[in-house]
Ligand binder design. Structure first.
Ligand SMILES: Nc1nc2c(ncn2[C@@H]2O[C@H](COP(=O)(O)OP(=O)(O)OP(=O)(O)O)[C@@H](O)[C@H]2O)c(=O)[nH]1
Ligand SMILES: [Mg+2]
Length: 424
């Protein structure tokens, strides 16, 4: 079973990439996604022998593309000696199976490529569990494929007469594994909660750095806090959240968390699986959204990140938009960025340019969020008073006829608890 979790799909070496431009996509978007797919595939150390962009008017249920086009692609892939065809567009399990049967070579899609990269990068227990879960959920409806992990292990024989029962067995094994992984992840989440609650006892404000992969999130955390998170020019360098304390002017502290990067067409299962990790985003007081201003597609990058935020239920958080890598940016790109997000900040995590302004913005947000609050708690509710002391910073406390008046700073994450007693 261990093999099943860590096994590469196959020792694939030569990839033939197929991008699709549909009528509802912006001009050039298909090509742009295709070049991103090339980068993804190369990140798996698989050589890209050819890329082809197909314009598609209407998707077909059997093959996505028309059968004439499919035959053309298969002939070309064979002539190129490719051992895998990679689609940028998601393929249904049936489409994938049809392509594999027709071509006799492995056929995968962008989602599977992303899953493989995540599997490659996962090193901690939490990341390994999350990726394993996403991969299992992806493979569950695809167990009848010619070359899935399980069928390769059990060999061709099982695909014969007893195939149906073997398939049922495989499905059960995978479902059991999924249930087991979910349970293990639940434990991880609980541990995380405990740690977070410990942290919340001291009202240090928190923020999470989010953004597209390779935007410079880890570099920013490193320069801001002197952390030593791996920052590398490769996709999804970071899978695990790292939290570091930033000490700003006036000794104001801020806990900053670096998070996993996003990409277009991220497999839904991955976002689901990474919810434990991304909890940091949901509970943060505010977000720093890092965008690589040197990337010609930064508008799409931004939209992708914002839609993942929405999926996580973090869309209504305060977001500080930060365009990064200004040291390497063309002036015209900076103008485009300013038009897109007028109140954005411009920084270089590498040269430190603009970081003081970023700190000032963080200080402002903290001041707003942690302005002193006045509470009136009935005398009988000493439990509330005890808890306020535990989680917050009480500046003054006075017993009056109408109850206990408290003035202090309390973490926004506890707002639901103390809101009924706020008088100012
Ligand atoms: N020129 C320039 N390059 C930068 C800057 N900030 C980061 N980089 C480079 O961009 C690449 C990606 O940086 P990371 O910090 O790993 O990016 P990330 O957003 O953490 O990426 P993932 O963890 O993959 O999501 C690295 O090669 C960095 O050296 C910057 O301000 N200027
Ligand atoms: Mg990173």
């Amino acid at each position: 079973m261990a093999d099943f979790l860590t096994d590469k799909p196959a020792q694939l070496q030569r990839a033939f990439l197929v991008g699709v431009q549909t009528h509802d996509m912006a001009a050039g978007e298909g090509a742009e996604l295709l070049s991103e797919l090339k980068e993804l595939v190369e990140n798996l150390r698989i050589e890209v022998v050819r890329t082809t962009l197909v314009s598609l008017r209407r998707a077909t249920p059997a093959l996505l593309l028309g059968s004439g086009k499919a035959e053309e692609i298969i002939a070309q892939a064979k002539a190129d000696d490719a051992d895998v065809i990679v689609f940028d567009e998601a393929l249904s399990p049936a489409q994938q199976r049809n392509w594999e049967e027709m071509s006799g070579i492995a056929v995968i899609d962008r989602q599977e490529v992303i899953l493989e990269i995540f599997a490659d990068r996962a090193h901690t227990r939490e990341a390994i569990l999350q990726v394993a879960l996403a991969r299992m959920e992806y493979s569950l409806p695809r167990l009848t494929r010619a070359w899935t992990h399980l069928s390769r292990q059990r060999g061709k024989g099982a695909l014969g007469g007893e195939g149906e029962t073997q398939l049922e067995q495989d499905r059960r094994i995978v479902r059991d594994r999924i249930a087991h992984l979910k349970q293990e992840l639940k434990n991880v989440v609980q541990q995380r909660d405990v740690q977070r609650r410990k942290r919340q006892r001291v009202p240090v404000p928190t923020c999470a750095i989010v953004g597209y992969t390779n935007a410079g999130k880890s570099t920013l955390l490193n320069t801001l806090t002197g952390a030593e998170v791996l920052a590398a020019n490769k996709l999804f360098a970071t899978l695990d959240p790292t939290t570091r304390q930033l000490v700003m002017r006036g000794n104001q502290k801020l806990l900053v968390t670096d998070t996993v990067g996003f990409i277009r067409r991220l497999p839904h299962g991955l976002v689901e699986a990474f919810k434990a990790t991304l909890e940091e985003v949901v509970v943060a007081d505010f977000l720093i959204h890092v965008i690589d201003v040197t990337n010609p597609n930064f508008e799409h990058h931004r939209a992708t990140t914002l839609s993942v935020m929405e999926e996580l239920g973090a869309a209504d958080k305060t977001i500080v938009t930060v365009f990064n890598k200004i040291d390497a940016a063309e002036p015209v790109m900076l103008q485009r960025a300013r038009r897109l997000v007028p109140d954005a900040l411009f920084v270089s995590a590498q040269t430190r340019a603009g970081l003081e302004t970023l700190e000032s913005r963080c200080l402002e947000l903290i001041a707003e969020a942690h302005a002193a609050t006045e509470l009136l708690v009935p005398h009988a509710r000493y439990d509330v008073i005890a808890r306020l002391h535990a989680v917050g910073h009480v500046q003054s406390e006075e017993q009056r006829d109408d109850g206990v008046h408290l003035l202090g700073r309390f973490p926004a994450t506890q707002a639901a608890f103390f809101a009924p007693f706020v008088i100012r």
